[in-house]
Design a protein around this ligand. Structure first.
Ligand code: MGD
Ligand code: MGD
Ligand code: SF4
Ligand code: MO
Length: 684
């Protein structure tokens, strides 16, 4: 038996270093790496089961060609050469007839490696295809708000929590999605660190907090502005820091803050006015308060304003200047590796861009040229994209040539003309850059993939060869590409020693000193001229959203979306033990809402609105407030009673970053019919 050091490639801020026990090319065990300061010797409850993920009997082992109607899931095995030749021939014909913009191909985040994600995107970049504006289903709203406020810089180092006296988890369920940071927090609590959680439901993290503020969904901007109001009123702002490092606070103070006195903030947020005062006091008193920003508050119509307002708070008290103070959304912008080597090896600088969260609409509506060929890797849009009904309708287009590369027959793969079997990350080697801590690491391949499964990297190179592309990235092995990425590096990455990196040891590259800002002014921007120039509110504010108000008058419940603990999105759907631990796909209602509808815990229910319907199992719990239907994770049709939750969500954009707005969804929940009519399965 040998033990191989690798890196967890799941879409997760922790990016654990892993120890993988392997015998005769078979993975026996996956553990956390004690030699990584952040991983701290344990893998989470999901990845701990990655032996089962890798060895799942549901994995695909050969390429497949469709033999039945789209969506039906009937396929016949074919060889790689046959599949790749057919795909390349079809793409060439489409390019000849309609030009390369008629192609859309991408890899998304289910493999977090810079090469396995980047090279697939590089293939389509080089072909001049339409480009996916990726991340709008996830964090583009949060990122745009952060950028407008601090610029493209990484936030506070999570390891600086050793200097903090207050941790505010704002819109993040850390115990579920950032468990290694939570472990550090737990350690520091013994030393007196206090923990405040701001979030609508009693999440796992909220239950463990010193203080949980059950804020009304979508009102975080009002709370942050209320805290600023109190700090300014009580003379607790750091005026020296404000003058030195920030822009526009006087205007905010004169024009916006007067409207956010605690009584009004209480009415907006559903919290008590005394709680707004108390939060301001706690925050103002803290020497080094650390705010962990989550994307939870941004997945709705006015999410950008929310994150922007909260990210400004440490500027008011000068916490951004102190070790252990400040805010963390992502660390990812810190490195400066030359990722263009894989992402954009050649091809036009600009091409038509397609928003990920409006994928269905783009596939149905775009003209000149319409999208005629789609390639999807490491993403399951038929389940995880908003307005999944429209995505499915589009995937059902007879004239759309679809290829899906996935380790499993995902909901999306069922619609493909060709399905290509993917290797899982433990079967690939790659370079990883964490987005939740300041580490970079090279992960080795622990075992070969089963059957004929192949990595994203391999597929990108094989298709590039058939399409006549000869950029070095399409001809070189991983290690040469790694060298090229380092050669072109600027900033922190320029200091990386290649041999240390290749040895598989994690390398820490954290910024030193106080928080830097890379906005146009070089300061933290309470007032953003760039937002004003784009016709957006230059200062954070909170107003009711007219469309949400209309929806709320039509439907009694609002959708709250959150992370599944053992079933995040759909990537672990092939692990039977994790499915069992997560339990059936649920809709959680407060007892008063269940009683009002005469519904019982454990009963099958139909959650529906004008857009669609999903069949789930009811869980009755006081952990969610009245007026809310909480649906954790995005479980596929094979697991739910029928449908999937994104059939209910519109593809409307958030106020900043054109992100998804899952939580601007209203609905009703009722008893599901004992037998589900087939018409309901697609929710339309
Ligand atoms: N186990 C697990 N781990 C994961 C994932 C997963 O699904 N499961 N997903 C991975 C991915 S892709 C991502 S992007 C990250 C996400 O990680 P984070 O960005 O840290 O967000 P989450 O932990 O998902 O938490 C979002 C929380 O916000 C709360 N929330 C919802 N609306 C509001 C609101 O209006 N205001 C406030 N204050 N809170 C609100 C929700 O109840 C939820 O608990 O996690 C990654 N890790
Ligand atoms: N309602 C609602 N919808 C949401 C969210 C929400 O909070 N609420 N969260 C959103 C967020 S934050 C995100 S990031 C997205 C995530 O959405 P997706 O990107 O669709 O994530 P997954 O469903 O986990 O995984 C996608 C697919 O990648 C496959 N896969 C795994 N590893 C590999 C690999 O190495 N290579 C290839 N080719 N395939 C691989 C998996 O089998 C799976 O089918 O969902 C979004 N959708
Ligand atoms: S915590 Fe995140 S990075 Fe670590 S093993 Fe789990 S999924 Fe992977
Ligand atoms: Mo995400």
């Amino acid at each position: 038996m040998v033990t191989i050091r690798s890196v967890c490639a799941h879409d997760c801020p922790d990016q654990c270093s892993l120890r993988v026990d392997v015998e005769n090319d078979r993975i026996l065990r996956v553990r956390g790496d004690p030699d990584h300061p952040f991983t701290a010797g344990f893998a989470c409850g999901k990845t701990h089961h990655d032996t089962e993920l890798v060895q799942s009997p549901e994995r695909l082992t050969t390429p497949l060609r469709r033999t039945g109607p789209k969506g039906a899931g009937s396929f016949t095995p074919v060889g790689w050469d046959e599949a790749l030749d057919a795909i390349a021939a079809r793409w060439r014909a489409i390019i000849d007839e309609s030009g390369p913009l008629a192609l859309l191909g991408y890899a998304y985040s289910a493999h977090g490696g810079l090469m396995n994600r980047g090279l697939v995107n590089g293939l389509f970049h080089a072909l001049g295809a339409s480009r996916l504006e990726a991340g709008t289903v996830c964090d583009s709203c949060a990122a745009a708000a952060w950028h407008a406020t601090l610029g493209p810089v990484g936030g506070a180092d999570p390891e600086s929590i050793v200097h903090s006296d207050l941790l505010v988890s704002w819109g993040s369920d850390l115990v579920t999605t950032n468990v290694h940071f939570w472990a550090k927090i737990a350690e520091e609590r013994r030393r007196g660190l206090r923990v405040v959680v701001i979030e609508p439901r009693r999440s796992r993290t909220a239950k463990l907090a010193d203080w949980h503020l059950p804020i009304r969904i979508g009102t975080d901007a009002a709370l942050a502005l209320g805290v600023m109001h109190v700090l300014a009123r009580d003379g607790r702002c750091d005026r020296r820091y404000l003058a030195r490092r920030t822009l526009g606070f006087e205007r905010l103070e004169a024009e916006i803050l007067p409207r956010f006195e605690p009584r009004r903030v209480a009415a907006i947020t559903g919290l008590a006015a005394a709680d707004v005062e108390r939060l301001a006091m706690l925050y103002g008193d803290a020497r080094a308060p650390f705010i962990r920003l989550g994307t939870g508050m941004t997945r709705l119509a006015q999410g950008g304003q929310a994150l922007r307002a909260v990210a400004l708070l440490p500027g008011v008290t000068g916490a951004y200047a102190r070790p252990g103070g400040g805010a963390l959304l992502f660390t990812g912008d810190f490195l400066g590796l030359d990722t263009g080597v894989v992402n954009a090896p050649s091809g036009p600088r600009d091409a038509r861009r397609i928003n990920h969260s409006q994928l269905g609409r783009a596939l149905l509506e775009l003209r000149e040229p319409p999208i005629r060929a789609l390639f999807v890797a490491a993403n399951n849009p038929a389940v995880t994209c908003p307005d999944a009904g429209r995505v499915r309708e589009a995937l059902g287009r007879e004239d759309l040539f679809t290829v899906v590369h996935d380790p499993f027959l995902s909901g999306t793969a069922r619609y493909a003309d060709y399905v290509l079997p993917a290797a899982l990350y433990l079967e690939t080697e790659d370079l990883y850059r964490s987005y939740g801590s300041y580490y970079v690491q090279y992960g080795a391949r622990a075992a070969p993939p089963p059957g004929e499964a192949r990595s994203n990297f391999w597929v990108a190179q094989a298709l590039a060869a058939r399409m006549g592309l000869d950029d070095p990235a399409f001809r070189s092995p991983e290690r040469e590409i790694l060298r090229a990425m380092l050669r072109g590096a600027a900033g922190a990455a320029a200091a990386i020693d290649e041999d240390t990196l290749r040895s598989g040891r994690p390398i820490r590259l954290a910024p030193a000193g106080e928080q830097s800002f890379l906005t146009p002014s070089g300061k933290l921007e309470f007032y953003s001229q760039s937002l004003a120039d784009a016709g957006l509110p230059p200062m954070p504010d909170w107003q009711p959203d007219p469309e949400e108000t209309r929806e709320a008058s039509r439907w009694p419940l609002r959708l709250l979306t959150g992370p599944g603990f053992f079933q995040p999105h759909s990537v672990y759907a092939g692990v039977a033990s994790l499915r069992a631990r997560e339990g059936p796909p649920v809709c959680v209602l407060h007892p008063t809402e269940a009683r009002a509808r005469d519904l019982r815990d454990g009963q099958r229910v139909r959650a529906a609105n004008a857009r669609g319907a999903v069949g789930l199992v009811l869980q009755v719990s006081e952990d969610v407030p009245p007026g809310i239907a909480y649906v954790p994770g995005q479980r596929g049709d094979g697991e739910t009673v029928f449908g999937t939750v994104n059939l209910l969500c519109a593809d409307r954009y958030s106020d900043l970053g054109e992100g998804a707005t899952y939580q601007s969804t209203w609905l009703e929940v009722s008893a599901a019919a004992p037998t589900t009519p087939a018409a309901l399965v697609d929710g339309r």
